[in-house]
Design a protein around this ligand. Sequence first.
Ligand code: ATP
Ligand code: ZN
Length: 225
Amino acid sequence: MKPRDRLRIATQKSGRLSQPGRELLTRSGLSFRESRDRLFCFGETLPIDLLLVRDDDIPGLIAEGTCDLGFVGRNVLEELRLGELRAGRVPAFAELRALGFGQCRLSIALPQEQAWNGPQTLAGLRIATSYPNLLADWLEKNGVEAEVVTLSGSVEIAPRLGKAEAICDLVSSGATLAANQLREVAVIFESEAVLVGPSTAFVDERIALADLLLRRLDGVLKVRD
Ligand code: ATP
Ligand code: ZN
């Protein structure tokens, strides 16, 4: 790959992680000029640019070397990491820092009237989720045989549509679950936004740039504690 003298960070274009991610960078002393199509932000104070993308694409962009670092939910990262391991591959990305925003949990929820007597309650049921690897991993660890129904969105309406008897979805306040007459019964994974980077070391000018950025982020994150 060609040597690069600028660092490229992948961040979510629009969503829950966009604003807090930008704030963290601003507090770290970085400022940007947005391109007209709003997909790229040119770093003005440091040679560190942003690529604005869908969060799900971030680990892949790092793995293929298109971006050097990224801000993404640990839930997305772990789901893809488990997928790589299941496929017999070594993940080419790794979590470098927890960023202290975007907190949520991946939880099992049941229709409100249904009783919960521990993980075995799920035996033989269909569970809808966008996180099939995390769910399968948890079911396996708990010795539960259930059917994982993978949906890319609107997981919370799956029980009402007759597609599943339970769901496994991200929860923060619990308002979405309540609005869909669902009850959170077990947390299977705790998440927050993390800084993701390659599992191998940086080369060229990016070594010093990544080092500088990490020190700045650590300074800001420490103040927050
Ligand atoms: P896109 O794929 O278009 O970038 P998205 O719909 O996958 O967007 P968001 O809903 O913005 O993304 O969620 C991004 C991340 O925010 C999640 O992966 C998760 O880490 C975090 N998050 C925090 N609270 C919640 C919540 N209540 N529901 C969903 N995600 C949450
Ligand atoms: Zn997404």
